[in-house]
Ligand binder design. Structure first.
Ligand SMILES: Cc1ncc(COP(=O)(O)O)c(C=O)c1O
Length: 342
């Protein structure tokens, strides 16, 4: 097995600056459960990025952030509209349905992005007691296919949502990658375009663990501290999540790390394009590369570099770059691919 693979940005370790922040926070005693100076400071930094009126809560992981954020804004007779490929639909073991009680209404969309015209047909049952009531549009930014919504697309989705009394939830496990790709600030892709609730990812961008749930209207956050505790995501030693976020967001580490992984994905894509047996299937806009590799080569490649087959039917694989992927990693991998497929 190779030292670094392209299986997932979760397969990377934590960024050394994050580890250093954890070490620095490991002095003495502070009050647990978030009443500590590290958490106060991290929340202030979030408010600098997203605006002073956001309510910010730290949780352990991304599934928890999505599920609890969605729970805070729904009731069990509601429906959550999302892409068929959404993490909330395929990778959370039914937790969104279990904990919110809501039905997920899915939209098939090849690039992972939702558009108003695809959502409109799902709204016919509004006001009819026999049908679940659409309440939230949940999108991923970047999407599971590595594509991004522009600020204009986000604004039009949020306007569509609000015109129909729906809310816009964003799974931002890779929001940093999207912001870098669009050369935008975090605020321009959230606060400024009418997002209601955001799961903000830290883990995939160099943190050890930890994500944030952000509410752009504090009224929606009124019960969240209870929901988080009941949902088993209130970290007692919260200072260690807060210190990591501070490391990521107080300077430009979030941007540097995401820019690096996006750049490595671009390099990987441009190298793979030169291998005639391989076809890229998605535009490479963030840190993921999707490609069809003829299935007879996949097991041999996986012996040295583990990666996931995304769509078995067409032998489409997903390759992810991370903050610590090197140009050499990319070139070694592509050399190995060339050797296997020749
Ligand atoms: C789009 C997306 N959302 C959320 C998550 C968070 O999941 P986890 O609960 O594994 O932290 C992931 C992780 O793979 C993801 O890709």
């Amino acid at each position: 097995m190779s030292k670094r693979s392209f299986a997932s940005d979760n397969n990377a370790g934590a960024h050394p600056e994050v580890i250093e922040a954890i070490r620095a926070a490991n002095e003495g005693h502070v009050i647990a459960y978030g009443s500590d100076p590290f958490t106060a400071s991290a929340i202030e930094i979030f408010q600098k990025h997203f605006g002073p009126d956001v309510a910010v809560f730290f949780v352990f992981g991304g599934t928890g952030a999505n599920v609890l954020g969605l729970k805070a804004i729904t009731r069990p007779h509601h429906a959550i509209i999302c892409a068929e490929s959404a993490h909330v639909n395929v990778d959370e073991c039914g937790a969104p349905e279990k904990f919110t009680g809501c039905k997920l209404l899915t939209v098939s969309t090849p690039d992972g992005k939702l558009r108003a015209e695809q959502i409109q047909p799902l709204l016919h049952g509004i006001g009819v007691e026999h049908h679940v009531q659409p309440r939230v549009i949940s999108i991923s930014q970047a999407t599971e296919m590595g594509t991004v919504y522009t600020a204009k697309e986000l604004k039009s989705l949020s306007e569509f949502a609000h015109d129909h009394e729906l809310l816009l939830h964003v799974d931002g496990a890779r929001l940093a990658n999207a912001a870098v790709s669009l050369n935008a600030s975090l605020k321009e892709l959230t606060t400024d375009v009418g997002v209601d609730v955001l799961s903000f990812g830290g883990t995939k961008n160099g943190m050890l663990y930890g994500e944030a749930v952000i509410f752009f209207n504090k009224n929606m956050a009124a019960d969240f501290k209870y929901i988080r505790k009941q949902g088993m995501h209130l970290p007692s030693k919260m200072r260690f999540i807060s210190a990591q976020f501070e490391a990521l967001l107080s300077g430009d580490l979030w941007r540097r790390s995401a820019a690096h992984s996006n750049r490595m994905a671009q390099l990987l894509a441009s190298e793979l394009k030169q291998v005639p047996q391989i076809q890229l299937t998605q535009p490479v806009e963030t840190n993921g590369v999707f490609a069809v590799i003829p299935r007879e080569y996949v097991p041999e490649l996986q012996k040295k570099y583990f990666f996931y087959v995304w769509d078995e039917e067409i032998s489409e694989v997903r390759l992810m770059a991370s903050f610590d992927t090197t140009e050499e990693d990319v070139r070694d991998f592509v050399d190995f691919v060339r050797e296997v497929v020749k």
